[in-house]
Every structure is written in structure tokens, then in C-alpha cells.
Design a protein around this ligand. Structure first.
Ligand SMILES: Nc1nc2c(ncn2[C@@H]2O[C@H](COP(=O)(O)OP(=O)(O)OP(=O)(O)O)[C@@H](O)[C@H]2O)c(=O)[nH]1
Ligand SMILES: [Mg+2]
Ligand SMILES: [Zn+2]
Length: 342
């Protein structure tokens, strides 16, 4: 049993948390999902881990994603273990949400600094991570390709108060030891960021792997080099899940997740005259006063407004009645403007 527990810990299982299998059942973890089948790293015997492709049973309790813990019995997956955390976004094709990865402890928000740092992306991804239940960690990449990274580290820190920021380069190896010190046995980490920011390059640099990365010459916009979500076992123990690039347009999150990202605005809002202050021309608004006094960057408040507007749109999208009402409203507006000859 001890051997098995060590094995599970190397797969990211946090020791001390309750076990999820009993009797003849065997434990495993989903490493990749290929349509109707799943690749599972599991322990048919206590000592040796095996990787097996299983067909998905239709009556499984949950549709598995990479990172799910799973129970094998009688040679097939019989149960997906309830998720501790899950990273989700609005489903691009359906009205639903799509779970990208499960049971993650730390999500690295990966952004490059070779052409300046995109703070908007940082804020949006940070909201998404707070919503997942995992801890965010900001990883700035391509430090070798800029002369003065210092100010960008400060900007990143200000845009995500309280979140650690690590400056890295897959080329000169900077920051990799610091990342390693935050991973290891009993932990699951994933990487979230737009395409081409250097996620797979980080995995390769950390582990001496040679997973395909974008070739510089073919560097076309919108090309995703990584196309599957895949779990890798790390030499130091624990696992790292590589994700394809995400468009930061996709945002699905709770109000609480926005508050966690914008703690500076939340703190100022305590002093607004009205509890439901929209920080948008409202009387006695402490947030706008802080912008006017130069204490809060205006960019930051714009970002907050944009994210809130979008979340309102997302919740309408998943609520057919609200959608219908919105369509009626659009009809009314376009009719009125046609009548007015505009
Ligand atoms: N100068 C420099 N270039 C880097 C670094 N890391 C990655 N790159 C380059 O950035 C490009 C994209 O790297 P990838 O690792 O494929 O990016 P990705 O985030 O995995 O992209 P997707 O898989 O499409 O989401 C490649 O051409 C890398 O060589 C770095 O630290 N420094
Ligand atoms: Mg990649
Ligand atoms: Zn206000």
C-alpha cells in the first residue's frame, strides 16, 4: 500500500487526502482525452504505473477531462472522482461551459514580455484562475529577449495583487529553479496563456523534453502548436498539464473571481457612497476619485468595467429568457433607428 501511495503522490495525489478507491478497485489519472477514449496512467499493481487507452463508457458519472482521478474495476473505468478544482471556459460551440482541466493546484498564467506585457490578458486570465479554485502564479516568459524586464515585473505585480510573479526564459534557464521549487510530488500544475507565449517551451526546458513548439519561420497568427491537453509526469514528482493556447476573449467567471483579481478596486469600493456603486459616474464614487487622484490607473478601472460587461453577457447567453429579451430590445432599437432614417 505504501508503494501505491508513493506512486499516486508522484501522479499529483496530495498525501493525507482521503482515498477514492477500495476493495479490488484500482486508481488512475486521466492524462489525455482522445474523443471517445481516454489515456489513463494507473496502477494495476501497487508498484508499476501503466498507461492504457480505455474506451469511455456511456454511463460514466462525469465526462472525464485531463487531470481527473478515475477508478478502474474489472479492466475498465467505472467512476470519475468528484473534482476538487476545475478550470473552465464558455464552450465555443455550445451554450454550456467546457472544463479544460481538473484537480489543479496551481495555474501558471504564462505571458511573454519580449514585446511588452499585455496587462489586459493578465487580468482576464487571473479572473479565470481564481474562478477555478486553484492558486494563480504569474510566469513571465522570454526574459532573454528584452533588455529591461524589471518594470514589467512590477506592472504584473500591480495588476494581480498578492500573486507571485516569476521571471523566466526557456533560452537562458532563468526562473526555472524557482518554478521547480513550486512543483513536485503531490502537486498538479497547469499552464494557461495565449498561443505562442512559450508554454510548451517551458515544459521542455524544465524537463529536457522535446515536445513540438512553434517554429519561428512558420509563426502565423492563430496557429496553435499544442492541440491536446496533456498531463506530463515530472522528474521531480508531481505533474504538469500542457494546454493549447487560449483566446483570452473566453471568459466565464463569478463575481468573487473578479474581486480576487481586482482587490485594489474592491478595497476602494468599500468607501463608495452607495453599496451598489457601478463606479461609472455615480455620486460619491471612491474608485473614480482614486483614479482622479492618480492613485489607481485609469486602465485598471476600464479593465474592470470591460470584464464585468462581458460576464453580464455570458450569463445572458446561458439564460434563454434573458437572451430573447435582449434580441427583442435589439429589434426595437434597429426599427427605431430605421424610422429615424439613420
Ligand atoms: N527568446 C525566447 N523565445 C522563446 C522562449 N520560450 C519560447 N520561445 C519561442 O516562442 C515560440 C512559441 O513557443 P511555444 O512553446 O510553442 O508556445 P506555446 O505557448 O506552447 O504555444 P501553443 O502551443 O500554440 O499554445 C517558439 O518559437 C519558441 O521558440 C524564451 O524563453 N525566449
Ligand atoms: Mg504549446
Ligand atoms: Zn464607486
Amino acid at each position: 500500500m505504501n508503494q501505491l501511495l508513493d506512486g499516486l503522490t508522484s501522479l499529483g495525489w496530495a498525501s493525507g487526502t482521503p482515498l477514492f478507491f477500495s476493495g479490488a478497485e484500482r486508481p488512475g489519472r486521466v492524462s489525455v482525452v482522445h474523443g471517445p477514449s481516454i489515456e489513463v496512467i494507473w496502477f494495476p499493481y501497487d508498484a508499476e504505473a501503466e498507461t492504457t487507452l480505455f474506451e469511455l463508457r456511456r454511463d460514466l458519472n462525469l465526462r472525464p477531462v485531463a487531470g481527473d482521478w478515475i477508478v478502474i474495476d474489472g479492466g475498465e473505468p467505472v467512476r470519475v472522482v468528484p473534482r476538487r478544482t476545475s478550470l473552465s471556459r464558455p464552450d465555443p460551440n455550445e451554450r454550456d461551459i467546457q472544463v479544460l482541466a481538473a484537480n489543479i493546484d496551481t495555474v501558471m498564467i504564462v505571458l511573454p514580455i519580449d514585446r511588452g506585457l499585455n496587462l489586459k490578458n493578465l487580468e482576464r486570465l487571473s479572473v479565470m484562475v481564481w474562478d477555478s479554485g486553484a492558486d494563480p502564479l504569474i510566469v513571465l516568459t522570454k526574459a532573454d529577449a528584452t533588455d529591461d524586464p524589471g518594470p514589467m515585473v512590477d506592472e504584473a505585480q500591480a495588476a494581480a495583487p498578492g500573486v507571485p510573479v516569476v521571471l523566466t526564459s526557456a533560452v537562458d534557464g532563468r526562473g526555472l529553479d524557482e518554478l521547480r521549487s513550486r512543483m513536485g510530488a503531490g502537486t498538479t500544475t497547469t499552464m494557461l496563456g495565449p498561443s505562442g507565449v512559450g508554454k510548451t517551451s517551458l515544459l521542455n526546458a524544465l524537463e529536457g523534453h522535446a515536445e513540438p513548439v512553434r517554429e519561428v519561420r512558420r509563426d502565423g497568427q492563430g496557429r496553435h502548436t499544442t492541440t491536446t491537453r496533456k498531463l506530463y509526469r515530472l522528474g521531480i514528482g508531481g505533474v504538469l498539464l500542457d494546454l493549447p493556447g487560449i483566446r483570452s476573449l473566453d471568459l466565464y467567471a463569478s463575481d468573487a473571481a473578479v474581486e480576487e483579481t481586482f482587490t485594489d478596486i474592491a478595497a476602494l469600493a468599500e468607501h463608495c457612497r452607495f453599496r451598489d456603486c457601478a463606479h461609472d459616474g455615480d455620486e460619491g464614487c471612491a474608485v473614480e476619485a482614486a483614479v482622479a487622484a492618480g492613485e489607481l490607473p485609469e486602465r485598471r478601472l476600464h479593465s474592470w468595467h470591460a470584464i464585468r460587461r462581458e460576464m453580464a453577457y455570458q450569463s445572458r447567453r446561458s439564460d434563454p429568457a434573458a437572451m430573447a429579451a435582449q434580441r427583442q430590445e435589439w429589434k426595437r432599437i434597429t426599427k427605431a433607428s430605421r424610422k429615424a432614417g439613420r
